[in-house]
Design a protein around this ligand. Structure first.
Ligand code: NI
Length: 208
């Protein structure tokens, strides 16, 4: 077998193996849905307690959001595209949800607290929707939530001496008990995203 052929066979074998693994994962998620009605089984490994600071410099913890499901995502205000796009999409979902939008909390957490001070975060998020809570904090506070939520965030130096941030783009969906139940991927179809949000709302305990 020529080197090229061997490479092709190996590549196809890898694709086939990946397909089997993906199939199993999809099956497990579907099976989980039937049993519990949750998006996927809550994974204890993602999420947990946190302590951050909002746009007014006030302390916000996971308990601040208790009782309502929360959409939380991570980024930074200097972000050229992913964060503004996600914030716009979030705004669009809230518009479609109408009154039901009030049954969820929304939080945008900076992974770049050195530049994203509370003031910067407040002004930035206010340009999209004031119902979204801007969150930042000390480097230690931000690193703690990045770790707890298993977020990828990395400083990347730019040629001009400045830097940008590579970061995970998914929106995390947390239930009313702050348990992780799934994500909405970057640029996910609006219909899918709304289906997940409505399920999150439907599964939440009725608020009094
Ligand atoms: Ni971003």
């Amino acid at each position: 077998m020529s080197g090229l052929k061997l490479f092709r066979y190996t590549a196809w074998a890898a694709v086939a193996a990946l397909a089997v693994v993906s199939g199993v994962l999809v099956y497990q998620q579907t099976a989980g849905n039937k049993n519990s009605g949750a998006l996927i089984e809550p994974l204890a490994a993602i999420g947990g307690p946190f302590e951050l600071v909002n746009g007014n410099g006030e302390t916000v913890t996971d308990k601040t959001f208790a009782g309502k499901p929360t959409l939380i995502f991570f980024g930074f205000t200097f972000c050229p595209d992913v964060c503004p796009t996600t914030l716009s999409e979030l705004q669009g979902w809230m518009d479609v949800l109408g009154d039901d939008a009030g049954k969820l909390n929304y939080a945008f957490v900076s992974v770049d607290p050195e530049r994203d001070t509370p003031d910067v975060m407040r002004d930035y998020v206010a340009a999209f929707d004031e119902r979204i809570t801007p969150l930042t904090g000390s480097r230690e506070q931000v690193d703690a939530i990045i770790k707890a939520y298993r977020v990828y965030a990395k400083k990347v130096p730019l040629d001009d001496g400045d830097y940008t941030m590579d970061h995970s783009a998914a929106v995390y969906l947390m239930d009313a008990d702050n348990k992780f139940v799934g994500t909405i991927a970057y640029a996910e179809e609006e219909e899918n995203a709304l289906r997940k949000l409505r399920r999150l709302i439907d599964n939440a305990p009725a608020s009094s």
